[in-house]
Design a protein around this ligand. Structure first.
Ligand SMILES: NC(=O)c1ccc[n+]([C@@H]2O[C@H](COP(=O)([O-])OP(=O)(O)OC[C@H]3O[C@@H](n4cnc5c(N)ncnc54)[C@H](OP(=O)(O)O)[C@@H]3O)[C@@H](O)[C@H]2O)c1
Length: 258
């Protein structure tokens, strides 16, 4: 297990200064985050915005997106879309191309989690996990590549899970999607290296977000990772110069998995 340590000033939203040129370790990088309206995605968006990035948020529910947008520096773009729908994904990337002309970082973070014994896992559960956690990466990454071609430091970051490489009971649909997503990420890393596109997999353990409610049993939230911990791992991958690729980061609660 790799402990990620990097210090970061807590981001502050300063709308009065939003017209000033951004400063920070990600100044002016265009960063699109799926599932950016809450939980880990929102923490990543806040961290990137706090470092001067131009953030694009994607999630389905408009009200949550608007609330998230208000917490992020630098006039983020928020686009309501379902990442399981290819035509909606294409529309998101058209907006990015119109507004910025390029994309520097895609963070595939949107996800769902089903916690059920295999025999109680429905076809709808199965499809929701596979389509949201795996197939969406196929859709978004295909749309991102032409915009990456216009970037000086293109970077693909996939938020996976410790369940991408370790089997936990009652997680059949989730594990199938996340194992698949790790395989896809590794293929992309090998294939896109020659194009100068960095690819990073982040594999968090249990994190204190709404997703944890799926367990259906009481959880000591104080023992879990916090969304900001995962966001700092993302910064640790993004900040090094283009000659450095952080390939995979595994981070888990120090007290162990749930
Ligand atoms: N929490 C954990 O313990 C944990 C551990 C390891 C890995 N992860 C991974 O971390 C990522 C984020 O999870 P989280 O814990 O932050 O979950 P969360 O709090 O439930 O947030 C999920 C985000 O994904 C969005 N989303 C879900 N389905 C979507 C769809 N079809 N289209 C667009 N957006 C969609 C949600 O917004 P809308 O509902 O509005 O669309 C929300 O913004 C996931 O990939 C998850 O598998 C989580």
């Amino acid at each position: 297990m790799l402990n990620v340590r990097c210090s970061m000033a807590r981001p502050t939203v300063n709308r009065q200064n939003s017209a000033l040129p951004p400063s920070g370790r990600l100044a002016d990088r265009i960063v699109l985050i799926t599932g950016g309206s809450r939980g880990i995605g929102l923490a990543i968006a806040r961290a990137c915005g706090g470092e001067g990035a131009r953030v694009v948020l994607v999630a389905r529910h408009r009200r949550a997106l608007a609330q998230a947008r208000a917490q992020i520096s630098g006039e983020p773009l928020a686009v309501a879309a379902d990442v399981t729908r290819p035509e909606q994904v294409a529309a998101v990337f058209r907006r990015v191309r119109q507004r910025y002309g390029r994309l520097d970082v895609l963070v595939n973070n949107a996800g769902v989690f089903t916690y059920k014994p295999f025999m109680r896992t429905t076809l709808a559960d199965w499809r929701a996990n596979l389509e949201t956690n795996l197939t969406s990466i196929f859709f978004t990454t295909r749309e991102a590549l032409p915009l990456f071609a216009r970037s000086r430091a293109p970077h693909l970051i996939n938020i996976l899970s410790v369940a991408s490489r370790e089997a936990f009971p009652n997680c059949a649909a989730y594990a199938a999607s996340k194992f698949g997503a790790l395989g896809l990420t590794r293929v992309l890393a090998a294939e896109l290296r020659s194009k100068g596109i960095r690819v990073t997999a982040i594999l968090p353990g249990s994190t204190d977000t709404r997703m944890i409610a799926a367990f259906g049993f009481p959880v000591d939230r104080s023992s879990l990772l916090q969304p900001d911990d995962v966001a700092q791992a993302v910064l640790a991958a993004l900040v090094p110069p283009p000659r450095v690729t952080v390939e995979e980061i595994v981070l888990g609660p120090s007290k162990g998995a749930l």
